[in-house]
Design a protein around this ligand. Structure first.
Ligand code: KIV
Length: 324
């Protein structure tokens, strides 16, 4: 860590996460062994690193970033380039979890060739290990898997269908629609999908599909009987500035933590108690004496160079400098 806070070749603290690497086949194995799959979204280096180090199995660079990171009112506006940018940041942080990139609205709704080219970009340019697509796009899933791109499906409440659904409504509330959902899930599995996110459906429907399906289901608002669970990171830690949905459990209050840190900083600046002398750089003793003696600026020129050296070196040298 250098003085700007960014890595300049100096090693960061080592990762805390236990290997081995989670792969798409490993998720299938977890289902067979009855081991719950933990999944979370992440959109940047710092949060992805925390999520990975905590041992979460799957990290989704969700298009929910359109709302929780970029401030859009729904997920539709985010572009392939924006998703690539965030996927790259997450990829740099993650050693163990499976990194899945959400394909944004419009990037896979036209010709299969175009969708495949977009999916390839997530793997080739951003390091994604799988892509997620919404809806029962069976032929597309088959084509992507044939092109060696693992796919996570997403059924039920699919946020990119918000206009067709007339809002974010719980899906599969009738027997017919549960049976349709089950048929869609089987078709995606048959086409080669490695896992399926089930969102916003009754617990009973998710349980029946999970029990019957050969691949893992990962639920969000789909009850506890899925093979795994996923939440949006910002929901988990209260950073959404909106009331939580019924299925969200808040495990922390990052908004309160950040507010208190920001308020403390502002107050300290306003009362001139930040930074302290201990948080300041000092001239070497000789230069300080010269400066005190005549208050002149010419006499300290030689020592300026020494201080400039201190100003560009890494954290170890910063500690030495602090003793000055
Ligand atoms: O974009 C997203 O965060 C998602 C999850 C809700 C599954 O698709």
């Amino acid at each position: 860590m250098n003085l700007t806070g960014f890595s300049a070749g100096a090693p960061l603290a080592p990762h805390r996460n236990p290997l081995p690497k989670v792969t798409m086949p490993a998720l299938g194995e977890m289902k067979r062994q009855g081991k719950p799959i933990s999944a979370l979204t992440a959109y940047d280096y710092a949060t992805a690193r925390l999520v990975d180090e905590a041992g979460i199995d799957l990290i989704l660079v969700g298009d929910s970033l359109a709302m929780v990171v970029l401030g859009h009112e729904n997920t539709l506006a985010v572009t392939v380039d924006e998703m690539l940018h965030h996927t790259r940041a997450v990829r740099r942080a993650v050693r163990r979890a499976l990194v899945v990139a959400d394909m944004p609205f419009g990037s896979y709704h036209g010709a299969i060739g175009e969708a495949q080219a977009n999916a390839v970009r997530f793997v080739k340019e951003a390091g994604a290990e799988a892509v997620k697509i919404e809806g029962p796009r069976v032929e597309l899933v088959r084509a992507l898997v044939r092109a060696e791109i693992p796919v996570v499906g997403h059924l039920g409440l699919t946020p990119q269908s918000v206009h067709r659904m007339g809002g974010y409504r719980v899906q599969a509330r009738t027997l017919d629609s549960v049976l349709q959902l089950q048929a869609d899930a089987f078709a995606l599995a048959d086409a080669g999908a490695g896992a399926i996110v089930l969102e916003g459906i009754p617990r009973e429907a998710a349980a029946a599909i999970t029990a019957a399906l050969p691949i893992p289901t990962i639920g969000i608002g789909a009850g506890p009987d899925c093979d795994g669970q996923i939440l949006v990171f910002h929901d988990l830690v209260n950073l959404t500035f909106a009331p939580a949905a019924k299925f969200v459990r808040r495990y922390g209050d990052a908004a309160a933590l950040f507010r208190s840190a920001i308020d403390g900083y502002r107050e300290d600046v306003e009362h001139r108690v930040f930074p302290s002398d201990a948080e300041s750089y000092h001239l070497p003793e000789a230069a300080r004496r010269l400066l005190d003696a005549d208050g002149g600026s010419q006499n300290v020129r030689d020592d300026d160079a020494a201080m400039d050296d201190d100003a560009v070196v890494n954290i170890d040298a910063r500690e030495e400098t602090n003793q000055a």
